[in-house]
Ligand binder design. Sequence first.
Ligand code: GTP
Length: 245
Amino acid sequence: MADATSGRSAAPRRVLLKLSGEALMGEHEYGIDPEVVRAIAAQIAAAKNDGTEIAIVVGGGNIFRGLAASARGMDRSTGDYMGMLATVMNGLAIQDALEQASCPTRVMSAIAMNEICEPYIRRRAERHLEKGRVVVMVAGTGNPYFTTDTAATLRAVEVHAHVILKATRVDGVYDADPETHPEAQRYSQIGYTDLLSNRLQALDATAVSLAMDNEMPIVVFDMTVPGNITRAIAGERIGTLISGE
Ligand code: GTP
C-alpha cells in the first residue's frame, strides 16, 4: 500500500483537495453558482464514505484576483488581501453545500475572523480530520504574494496529507499549452525538477519547490469530468502525477 500517493499505511488516507475559485462559477463569468457547488459537494461527500480524510483549500479567482488588480494599478498586497477574503466566501459556500449533503465541515481561516469561521490552528485541523470532518482552509496562507497553490501545499505538508489533488479544467500537465499547441502531449507522471526546469505552468514555482522539498506528490486532474473529484479522492490514477520519480 505504499505507492506515491499513499505513503502512510496505518492511518486513513488523507488528501488535500485544491479547488480553484473559478471552478465554483460554472458557466458564469463571476461569482458562485450554487448548483455547481452542490455538484462538487456531492462528489466530495461520495468519496468521503470510504473513510478518506479530506482537507480542502479553495481559491478566490471567481470573485477577486489580486495579481490582476495589481496589473491595473492596485497595490499588490491590498489586492492579495482582497483575494484572500474572496476565498472565505467560497469556503462558506462549500461548507453550506457539504453540510446539505450531510458531510460535517469546519471552515478554518488563516486570517482571524472568529465571527464567521474558526481560526486555522494546525493541531485542531488535524483533530477535525481525524473526527471525519471535512476541513475547508481559507484565506490562503494569510500572506500576500503567495498563491492558493502554495497555501494548498503548505497546508498539505502541515497536516501530513498523502497527496495534493489539484482540480483544474485541464486533464493534467502538458509539454506545451494544449489550448495554443494542439500537438501538446500530456504527461501521466512528471518529476518536480522537470516541471520546474521546463517552466510548465501547471503550478507556480513556489508551490512546486515546497512540494519537492517535502516529497509531497501532486495530482493534477480535470474536475469538469463528472465523477473525477470522487475518483481522484479515492486514489484512482487520473490526470498527471507530479512526484520525485
Ligand atoms: P470538537 O471540539 O472536536 O468537538 O470540535 P467542534 O468543532 O465540534 O467543537 P467546538 O465546540 O469547537 O465548535 C462547535 C462549532 O462552533 C463548530 O461548528 C465550529 O466550527 C464552531 N466554532 C468553533 N470555534 C469557532 C470560532 O472561533 N469562530 C466561529 N465562527 N465558529 C467557531
